[in-house]
Write a protein that binds this ligand. Structure first.
Ligand SMILES: [Zn+2]
Length: 126
């Protein structure tokens, strides 16, 4: 088992190896908002082995959503469609942001989605 720097490097290489597959799946667009601003591969589950299911192509503004507190409504609306993404982790990532926004309509989208009830309850408990 590689450790530290080597493990990180191996992981980056493994992730880079999925670049083409992801680009094809996403049509070279952001998988949350379909924007095309500086689209890059994002690791949705750093604890797991990288696979197609744990990676997403996201644009620069969407990557920033993971850490921003106040999200403008236009951007929230742009990513509301991603809750129906065929990859569960891509959908879940968008759902998490919609739920955390505190906007009633965004939380309703999470409520109406196909995520399992346990996940919805967890996302909407606040
Ligand atoms: Zn985006």
């Amino acid at each position: 088992m590689a450790k530290g720097y080597d493990a990180h490097k191996d992981r980056q290489q493994a992730i880079a190896g999925f670049g083409k597959v992801l680009a094809k799946r996403a049509g070279f667009k952001c998988e949350w908002c379909e924007g095309d601003q500086d689209v890059r591969t994002v690791d949705l589950d750093p604890a797991a082995e990288p696979t197609e299911a744990t990676l997403a192509l996201l644009c620069e503004p969407c990557r920033g959503l993971k850490t921003s507190k106040k999200i403008d409504t236009t951007r929230l609306r742009a990513l509301s469609g991603a809750i129906w993404h065929s990859e569960p982790l891509v959908a879940l990532g968008a759902a998490r942001i919609l739920a955390a926004s505190g906007e009633d309509w965004a939380r309703q989208i999470v409520e109406d989605s196909l995520l399992d009830e346990e996940t919805k309850a967890e996302l909407l408990k606040h």
